[in-house]
Design a protein around this ligand. Structure first.
Ligand code: BGC
Length: 746
């Protein structure tokens, strides 16, 4: 039986009941029709299947499993294949555990470094978040398990996360906060989406018709299931009418009674209830159809976790201290060297029997270990520091494993600052003072302040790199693998430099996204600010050059696509992977636009001396901005620069193309329309040119007596004059003005 046939056999009460869960993790079964109950579980970087009492805070036990790098790490790989490998592995594990939906990935944009859940999110850039998410979703779903992208939408902080409202203007919503979800729907074909706890522009996401129906279903064509975040439901009937399908968690009291009542009273249409029940049914039927038994090879999963962890690591700084030599004695310092921080806290927290630290992984090497600091304290312990100094003195290199402790970042609470504990800072400075080859390995899910950066030789960011992170760190430190990650998030010099700083976390639950589209590098680059590390930055043990940038056309319309090719060459001694980044800049624009925006990227593996050609295809969206006047993407005709680089601040090749927009903005002319605005109107510009031609203000007599600067200033002044003023200046009568306006508007 298909969904429609089953729906026809359900009573009103059964349909309503189906729209909420049976318990914490499962949908309801309808035994008389053979409809099974399907399990959903948290992830998304490992399976959090709870067999005992359920909770959504990471408190109660879940089954033992393998932990992979978290989203902020994964995004730094800039590698869609990394996401595919992970998606497939998790899909198989879900099948083995009879889980029909994995609750992830988290697609929210990193608006502030303080968001406590940044480790669960990919990037400050919507393209990176969308592309990485889509690759993961496709792979997970190719194993027959549904993804559930979350948290839709504008869930960018933990303060007031269940009750606050994110106030975001239309352009910013479409350019920054929605595209990753859009890509998850259109490209990833996600079968699940989770409505966030918070409100957007005053309407809770689980009741927000603009988000759940107008944009998600009507504009993007989504036909999967919309689930509430756990406990996000406010008014069930309003939610279902707005486009919500399943309320989670469920339980014995979740009967759907209020939905039945609303239908009977006529405040909720039966059609809307049918849509919601139909989506849930469709999800269950697909899960039942796809379900299969699977055996999991844990050893292979652990190896995969190690492989991915190494792919995600970012070499932030290296003055030549890395890679380490096998023949050197090295001091490993810091508690994280033994017990690394490898995953975040909250609903994604999984049960890992054994995580591998760097000390264990380096057993066969000439490594001495000393504790350095107490991870549960912020105060230096002089004895530990002294021991560390001794060890560093006796070794040829000192590697300090530092970063953010568990208490510093977790779901449910925002960070208070961007610092690592002061005792770690002091330790690093003390060690760097005695050993010129001091290297810092950082663990953490978000950006940090590094007050000792100029005192150390190298910094390797391992993120929350999963349970094998220690092994991956050792392989990278000793050059058995070559770091190839790049930052998917800018590291600002100070928290105060972040564009959301003045408006985070808002007041009394209302947070205004006043910085608009200027999020992350879009802001720092526009303001030419000094940052610790720019977006896209990442070093390697080898070097790459970019040559031969080619475009298949120099001018095109926004209906055509543009192919861009570039050669990338490994010019160093090590095999390595380059992250080729393509940015587009609008050379001249009448609306505010960032200096450049990332429009595509590719990760390329190259042997020493090897050259590969990378090809990108750009379409209208690469050149467009979101124009609220037409509620659509809009290309303003003009020149655009295609830039190829290895960070947003290092564009090494560029090429200009001309793109013609094929749509016109409707433009109503009134008495307050300025001459400058009229110039942008096809008929208006002709009129202005005629008028200016005969105008005394533009006469050659006048301009010849002025300097160039004054003439320019005068022209600018003229452009600011409203056409209505032509009547007061005696240049036309009120009747002539009216006739002109009518004819231009016709
Ligand atoms: C979190 C979700 C999670 C859900 C179920 C919520 O508190 O926001 O990300 O999937 O709990 O655990």
């Amino acid at each position: 039986m298909n969904t429609k046939e089953i729906l026809d056999q359900l009573t009103l009460e059964e349909k309503a009941a189906l729209c909420s869960g049976r318990d914490f993790w499962k949908t309801k079964a309808i035994e008389r029709l053979g409809i099974e109950s399907v399990m959903m579980c948290d992830g998304p970087h490992g399976l959090r299947k709870q067999e005992g009492e359920g909770d959504h805070l990471g408190i109660n036990e879940s089954i033992p499993t393998v932990c992979y790098p978290s989203a902020s790490a994964l995004a730094s790989s800039f590698d869609r294949d990394v996401m595919k490998k992970l998606g497939k592995a998790l899909g198989r594990e879900c099948q083995a555990e009879h889980v029909g939906m994995l609750l992830g990935p988290g697609m929210n944009i990193k608006r502030s470094p303080l968001c406590g859940r940044n480790f669960e999110y990919f990037s400050e850039d919507p393209l990176v978040a969308g592309e990485m998410g889509a690759a993961y979703i496709q792979a997970l779903q190719s194993e027959g398990v549904a993804a559930c992208v979350k948290h839709f939408a504008c869930n960018n902080q933990e303060t007031m996360r269940m009750a606050g409202s994110s106030q975001v203007d239309e352009r910013t919503l479409h350019e920054i906060y929605l595209p990753a979800f859009e890509t998850a729907v259109k490209k990833g074909k996600t079968r699940g989406i989770m409505a966030a706890y918070n409100a957007v522009n005053g309407e809770f996401c689980s009741e927000n018709k603009t988000l759940l129906t107008d944009i998600l279903r009507d504009e993007w064509g989504y036909d999967g299931m919309v689930v509430t975040d756990w406990g996000a439901v406010k008014n069930r009937a309003v939610g279902v009418a707005a486009g919500l399908d399943l309320e989670m968690p469920g339980g014995p009291t979740a009967t759907g009674e209020e939905l039945v009542k609303a239908v009977k009273e006529g405040t909720l249409s039966e059609e809307a209830l049918d849509r919601a029940a139909g989506s849930v049914l469709q999800f269950i039927l697909t899960a039942m159809q796809n379900q299969r038994d699977e055996m999991i090879d844990r050893e292979a999963c652990r190896n995969l976790s190690e492989e991915l962890s190494a792919e995600c690591a970012v070499l932030l700084k290296n003055d030549g201290a890395l890679p380490l030599s096998e023949s050197s004695r090295v001091a490993f310092i810091g508690e994280f060297a033994k017990m690394p921080r490898y995953q975040g806290g909250g609903s994604s927290h999984i049960n890992v029997p054994h995580a591998v630290g760097a000390v264990e992984a380096a057993e066969e090497k000439d490594v001495i270990y000393t504790r350095g600091y107490d991870v549960h304290s912020e105060t230096s312990d002089p004895a530990l520091v002294e021991e560390a100094i001794e060890a560093a003195r006796s070794a040829q290199a000192a590697v300090i494993f530092a970063g953010l402790p568990d208490a510093y970042e977790t779901e449910g609470a925002d960070r208070e600052h961007m610092r690592i504990p002061e005792n770690q800072n002091e330790l690093i400075k003390a060690v760097a003072a005695v050993n010129p080859k001091t290297i810092v390995v950082l663990h953490g899910g978000s950006v940090m302040e590094l007050p000792w950066l100029d005192k150390v030789s190298a910094v390797l960011l391992m993120h929350l790199g999963g349970e094998q992170v220690g092994k991956a760190a050792v392989e990278l430190l000793y050059g058995e693998k070559n770091p190839s990650g790049h930052l998917a998030e800018t590291w600002p010099a100070r928290l105060e430099d972040n564009p959301s700083y003045l408006n985070f976390p808002g007041e009394e639950g209302v947070v205004t996204y006043a910085e608009g589209i200027y999020v992350g590098y879009r802001y720092y680059d526009k303001k030419k600010m000094t940052v610790t590390f720019p977006f896209g930055h990442g070093l390697s043990y080898t070097t790459f050059t970019y040559e031969n940038l080619q475009v298949d056309k120099e001018s095109l319309t926004d209906q055509e696509s543009l192919t861009v090719r570039v050669d990338v060459k490994n010019t160093g001694k090590y095999a390595g992977k380059a992250v080729v980044q393509l940015y587009v800049s609008d050379r001249e624009s009448t609306v505010r636009r960032p200096i450049r925006e990332l429009r595509d990227f590719a990760k390329v593996a190259l042997e020493p001396g090897e050259v590969k050609t990378v090809s990108f295809t750009l379409d209208k969206r690469a050149f467009a901005y979101y124009e609220p006047k037409c509620s659509d993407w809009f290309v303003e005709s003009g020149e655009f620069e295609i830039g190829i680089g290895d960070s947003s601040r290092n564009i090494v090749l560029s090429q200009t193309v001309r793109v013609e927009g094929t749509t016109l903005l409707s433009f109503t002319i009134t008495e307050t329309t300025t001459i400058g605005q009229l110039m942008k109107h096809p008929k208006g510009s002709l009129f202005v040119r005629q008028m200016m031609g005969s105008s005394a203000m533009a006469s050659s007599d006048m301009s010849s007596s002025m300097g160039e600067g004054t003439e320019k200033a005068l022209q600018k002044m003229v452009l600011e004059i409203p056409i209505g003023a032509m009547v007061s200046y005696g240049r036309m009568t009120a009747e002539q003005l009216k006739a002109l306006i009518d004819s231009l508007n016709s």
